[in-house]
Design a binder for this molecule. Structure first.
Ligand SMILES: [Zn+2]
Length: 628
């Protein structure tokens, strides 16, 4: 995923609620996935076959999931799968050509984890078997958003898309929903005839639009990378192995904006070894897609808020592409190890951006990243500031901000600085090769780092120093603080203008990069009066910006400073975008400025119908926090 306001994992568990016994602090097992009910020590899934009807009227998927499974523990008599809001019609165990229906029951529903499905294994079931489950999803599925035509770009056809990460695949497929298990999959998907289905699989750009589509995913993936979308989607190529799916209304703008995707792919291969997934395509979704991007393999799902018309926000594409190595190829074992996905990816994103664009632009983005990280470190509780935090029932906080992303990136930059770029690139390339299509913990990463770099004679970094990054709060010594002359100049200009040392017409705002514009806005002193803000807004056209990130930055300031003249345009911004990063902090600033909590609630009530349920839930949680 691209940097969000919210962590990958939305809420932490009460362990006693899911395991049923009293947990001692010392019983915490960092290698255990606390976000699944599945008994993966006894059974594992190798392959999934889906046969689904897409019903826009009922807002449900209906059909069959067949899981090819192995029994690891011959004494095990009960198999537990993850589900959420699924209706199960039947469960059968298929073995050696014969089928036997199996007894099943739902366990108790947990707010974060959904509902465990307990399946009794028939006596005499062997080591390998297939589980056939007939089921349907519900309109409340947390993974699926069903958009009516008016919330699409074209306005004539409905559109549906999934967002499975982190724990939502279980709300559209009954399965072992943990990154520790990798599966291959195939699917048959039936849709209204005029629409096209795409998945995180082998989409064929030339497939005829028949309303029945077949998919194969031959590379094993964790369940959070299962993805589907159905809509009035069309394809346009970007390069030999890259292209775009989106509604026809967004196709030209998307092709222009993301023209460098093929070059990014080739560059990433040159740096970190072969791209192992076949094609790399983008799916540009309607505004309600809750993230910047989601790295669904072969087909990244992308927010349309990147369509700035100037290719200024395409680091998100570099990020999702980079996940093809860090995350999709080598996957975090549990969500606690999420920095292995996101920190590594943010680091590679920067490296790709440096080659495709230039180092100055990357430095600008790094300065903004560092500023956001420092803000997060002020608000995130210490025990959540480690790269690999303890997720357990002593943690009530549900918020890690950008720490997995940005602190992770800084850790890898620190290692690169210490060992030199050439050595560190070799290390990463061999790391991806070593753990390809595997799942690893922070401890396995540290061991591999230790073996290949830290324990080498004359190593400039000790294991203890590396562990400071992974297990301690804050930022360790030796972090290299990002610098950008362009941004320094923009900050100095903001200061000089605030002190009336330069006039508005002397600010070269139109020539600034979007990153410099953001930094300028963030550098305005806190005590600016209303007239100054009004003059600035009128002079620079801030409230009318078409750049989503510049708008985000400006409207956070508008809300924080109660610059009410721009509230109307602020509400336009809140309705134009559905990506949580762009709007949740604006609501948050409005709700906490001391005057406008009720107004924030009203604006949210007017806009929420167009938001994704996850985005709506996060904003709601922010408003509830503001009340306390
Ligand atoms: Zn990501």
């Amino acid at each position: 995923m691209y940097r969000t306001l919210i962590p990958t994992v939305i809420a932490f568990l009460s362990l006693s609620a899911c395991s049923g016994d009293v947990e001692e602090v010392d019983s915490y097992d960092p290698a255990r996935d606390y976000f699944t009910f599945a008994n993966t020590g006894q059974f594992v899934t190798d392959h999934l076959a889906l046969d689904l009807n897409v019903d826009f009227e009922a807002q449900e998927l209906r059909g069959f999931a067949m899981l090819s499974m192995r029994r690891l523990d011959s004494a095990a008599t009960e198999l537990v799968l993850d589900t959420r809001d699924l209706t199960i019609a039947s469960v059968a165990v298929l073995e050696n050509g014969s089928s036997a229906s199996a007894e099943y029951r739902f366990g108790e529903t947990h707010e974060t984890l959904g509902t465990p499905l307990h399946i009794a294994m028939p006596e005499g079931a062997g080591e390998r078997f297939e589980l056939m489950i007939e089921y349907n999803t519900s309109p409340q599925s947390t993974a699926l958003q069903w958009l009516p035509p008016e919330l699409t770009a074209g306005g004539k056809h409905p559109l549906m898309f999934s967002q499975s990460q982190a724990v939502h695949a279980r709300s559209w497929v009954p399965l072992q929903d943990t990154p520790a298990i990798r599966i291959t999959y195939e699917a048959t998907v039936r849709t209204p005839e005029s629409l096209l289905a795409v998945m995180s699989a082998n989409n064929d750009p030339l497939t005829p639009r028949t309303g029945e589509y077949h998919f194969d995913m031959p590379q094993p993936i964790p369940s959070y990378l299962l993805a589907i979308s159905v809509g009035n989607l069309y394809f346009a190529p970007l390069g030999e192995d890259t292209g775009i799916y989106t509604e026809p209304e967004l196709l030209d703008a998307s092709v222009y904006e993301f023209a460098d995707t093929q070059a990014m792919l080739e560059q990433a291969e040159a740096m970190y070894g072969p791209y192992d997934w076949g094609r790399y395509d983008l799916l540009v979704l309607p505004p309600s897609f809750p993230y910047g991007g989601m790295e669904n393999p072969r087909l990244s799902f992308i927010t349309p808020s990147l369509l700035a018309g100037e290719r200024s926000l395409v680091s998100v594409i570099a990020h999702e592409l980079a996940h093809s190595w860090s995350g999709n190829l080598v996957t975090n074992a549990t969500w606690r190890d999420g920095w292995l996905n996101e920190g590594m990816t943010s680091y590679i994103e920067s490296r790709l951006m440096e080659v495709i664009y230039d180092v100055k632009r990357v430095d600008e983005e790094r300065v903004l990243m560092y500023r956001e990280l420092l803000l997060d470190l002020e608000s995130v509780p210490e025990q959540m500031q480690a790269l690999a935090p303890r997720l357990d029932d002593t943690t009530s906080e549900d918020f890690q901000g950008t720490i997995h992303y940005s602190k992770g990136q800084l850790f890898l930059e620190y290692l690169e600085d210490a060992f030199g770029r050439e050595v560190f690139d070799e290390f990463l390339t061999s790391y991806f090769k070593e753990f390809a299509f595997g799942t690893i913990t922070t401890e396995q990463f540290l061991d591999y780092l230790d073996l290949n770099l830290l324990s080498q004679e004359g190593s400039p970094v000790t294991r203890e120093q590396a562990e400071q990054w992974t297990y301690q709060p804050g930022l360790p010594e030796g972090v290299s603080i990002p610098q950008s002359e362009n941004l320094d100049a923009a900050a100095a200009m903001a200061q000089a203008w605030a002190e009336d040392k330069v006039g508005l017409d002397e600010i070269p705002f139109a020539d600034y990069s979007p990153q410099a514009k953001i930094h300028f806005i963030n550098s305005m002193p806190a005590d600016l009066d209303f007239e100054k803000l009004a003059a600035l807004d009128a002079g620079l056209g801030l409230s009318d910006t078409r750049n989503a990130e510049v708008g985000r930055t400006w409207f956070i300031q508008v809300a924080t400073r109660r610059y009410t003249d721009a509230y109307e345009q602020m509400e336009v911004h809140l309705n134009r975008f559905g990506r949580s990063r762009l709007i949740a902090p604006v609501y948050g600033a409005l709700a906490t400025n001391g005057e406008d909590l009720d107004l924030a609630r009203e604006m949210f009530a007017r806009a929420r119908g167009a938001y994704h349920p996850l985005t709506a839930a996060w904003i709601e949680a922010g408003l509830a926090r503001a009340e306390d």
